[in-house]
Design a protein around this ligand. Structure first.
Ligand code: UD2
Ligand code: MN
Length: 583
């Protein structure tokens, strides 16, 4: 604080001495005082197009931010009293986050500045584009939604904030109706609210928001975020330089129970967004090769993809790419669709370390997918992935997806001819090009997948109605035996097991290992697709090559473990049965 003040006064003297118009400057200074943050009104730097690292405080850094006290201030956890726990757990069930806790925290609370120190010393162009911050929501809690809005208003230079556009995806909660309309009137038109006439899901709702927006740049946030100090200019600067760049802030975590605000990533380490072949979103530490392309550690860097929720883009560019594929329903896969489309069709994605935004990661999804989910048969998110894969992947890569997610072959993804036509029209590059030039580090963690030798349920020959089952547990856990689901399977993947040509036995993104106690579900070793398993097509035994033992079912306890191989013992014999789900 002292340093900031010293700097400020020195700057003040300099400018005043040069211009001898202290009263005028003072008026300017007061006008720029927005809520409790002052944007430097005397930035004499004429930063035209490129951000510049300077010794003094950057031109949009807030100064004289008032100290605040109260629940949750400074991003501290807010702990409730014992007599509030009942209400709290009710709210947790309804919203996936502790709204009792959130309601007691100011919508304008302070949070810790999680940026690396260098971030305070960038000057950004003074004429950055005007932005529509678009927040889509479905049945979100009151104080979390409004804290998102207030944080944007409080921490964005007003000249770059065209509007905050709230898009209601057909919520039915009372507090999101008239009360919300009433509340936003205090923002004098800066906050606008539009509503869907029926449930569209977050993906289509965002596309609608983009069409409705009035800013040059559209910037999406989830409805439970808090933007951090000076978050906006660093996101706008790359887009100002090149309209085909999508920018992504670094996401901090807000605890869904206590609302503690804390960084997700260890200090100074940079990550980029990647994916595994089942299309689950993953991250990888920035390679030296990428890191070295920049002069300073706080500068943006290229990333293959992003988590989905928080990003900025030129509005016309987004619309010229056809917005999101309108065939993607409700939730999931849209982050990949947009990322592949951007990269393959000539644009790029940059993660911006100096822009930090907090997001409440919920414990579970508190809403269902509504009527849209019933329209489609089968798991909707996998259908979304299939549309994306079928549109943007080359044949070789499509195989990796179907190897990892064999049931996806049976899903009806609808018509993608418009997407393919767009790809043709924009002369987009191949997926191979994308993998070689942009997402090459995916292979470090998720190498090309060898084909499955077998996939489906693993049934016992001794007790044919029983199959291997993860029982929906996450790794690490012991695997059990349970009644075979057969073709009644409808999206429950706990019995869908794959044995690949290199001996890896997997279920979903997890793998099977064995120790003296039993057969275990574990995290697959990253960077390899090899495994210890070997299935004997004749004896139907499953050998662990390292332990040189076979998987056996204990006749009394139904426990699975490794035993000395006995090829004629039916309790050591297993059959794979492919599933044919009737979606
Ligand atoms: C992540 C993304 C989210 C989205 C999603 C995949 C982050 C931090 N979040 O899941 O933005 O990309 O992955 O699709 O990267 N909503 C609607 N209509 C619906 C469902 C949700 O408007 O039918 C709203 C919801 O109120 C919220 C936003 O969409 O404001 C994102 O939904 P979420 O928070 O449930 O998604 P999340 O964070 O689990
Ligand atoms: Mn979210």
């Amino acid at each position: 604080m002292r340093i900031v003040q010293l700097r400020k006064s020195r700057l003040f003297k300099l400018v005043a001495a040069a211009l001898c118009v202290i009263p005028l400057l003072y008026i300017l200074f007061l006008q720029s005082n927005h809520e409790n943050i002052k944007f430097s009104a005397f930035s004499s730097k004429n930063v035209k197009t490129k951000p510049q690292l300077v010794n003094e405080l950057g031109n949009f850094e807030p100064q004289n931010v008032a100290e605040r006290t109260g629940p949750g201030e400074g991003g501290k956890p807010h702990i409730l009293r014992d007599d509030q726990q009942n209400d709290a757990s009710q709210m947790l069930t309804e919203f996936g986050m502790n709204m009792v806790c959130s309601d007691e925290i100011s919508v304008s609370r302070s949070i810790p500045d999680t940026r690396i120190p260098e971030c305070k010393h960038w000057n950004y162009p003074e004429d950055l584009p005007k932005t529509s911050v678009i927040i889509v929501f479905h049945n979100e809690g009151w104080s979390t939604l409004l804290r998102t809005v207030h944080s944007v208003i409080n921490r964005s230079p007003p000249q770059f904030l065209k509007e905050v556009l709230l898009v209601d995806d057909f919520s039915n909660k009372e507090h999101l109706k008239g009360k919300l309309e009433q509340y936003i009137m205090r923002f004098d038109g800066k906050v606008r609210l539009v509503r869907n006439k029926e449930r569209e899901g977050l993906i289509r709702t965002r596309s609608y928001g983009a069409k409705e927006a009035r800013g040059d740049v559209i910037l999406f946030l989830d409805a439970h975020c808090e933007v951090n100090v000076n978050w906006l200019p660093p996101l706008l600067a790359p887009i100002y330089r090149d309209k085909t760049i999508m920018t992504v802030p670094v996401i901090d975590g807000i605890d869904f129970k206590t609302f503690e605000y804390r960084p997700v990533y260890q200090g100074g380490h940079h990550y980029r967004g990647i994916f595994e072949w089942g299309m689950l979103y993953k991250e990888n530490e920035l390679s030296q090769k990428e890191a070295k392309k920049r002069e300073h550690n706080s500068e943006p860097y290229k990333s293959p993809t992003h988590a989905g929720g928080l990003f900025a883009m030129n509005r016309d560019y987004f619309l010229s790419l056809g917005a999101y594929d309108p065939g993607l329903l409700v939730w999931g896969g849209e982050n990949f669709e947009l990322s592949f489309k951007i990269w393959q069709c000539g644009g790029s994605i940059e993660w911006v370390p100096c822009s930090r935004v907090g997001h409440v990661y919920r414990s579970f999804m508190p809403y269902n997918f509504g009527k849209l989910a019933q329209k489609k048969k089968g798991p909707l998110v996998t259908i979304n992935y299939k549309r994306v894969v079928e549109t943007w992947f080359d044949d070789k890569f499509k195989e990796y997806f179907y190897t990892r997610e064999p049931l996806a072959r049976y899903l009806d993804m609808g018509d993608i001819s418009d997407q393919l036509a767009l790809k043709e029209r924009l002369k987009c590059k191949s997926f191979e090009w994308f993998m070689d030039n942009v997402a090459y580090d995916v292979y470090d963690k998720f190498p090309a997948l060898p084909p499955n030798l077998h996939w489906g349920e693993i049934g016992s020959v001794a007790l044919p109605s029983l199959c291997w089952d993860t029982l929906g547990q996450d790794a690490p856990a012991f695997i059990s035996i349970y009644e075979c689901m057969g073709d009644n399977n409808n999206g429950d993947l706990s019995q869908l097991i794959r044995l690949n040509a290199k001996g890896q036995l997997g279920v979903g993104e997890r793998c099977f290992e064995a120790d003296t106690q039993g057969i275990k579900l574990v995290f697959c070793r990253l960077g390899t697709v090899d495994g210890p398993w070997e299935y004997d097509e004749i004896s139907h035994t499953l050998l662990h090559r390292i332990h040189k033992k076979c998987v056996a079912l204990h006749p009394q306890t139904s426990h699975l473990s490794l035993m000395p191989c006995d090829t004629v013992n039916t309790y050591q014999q297993w059959t794979f049965k492919e599933l044919q789900p009737k979606y």
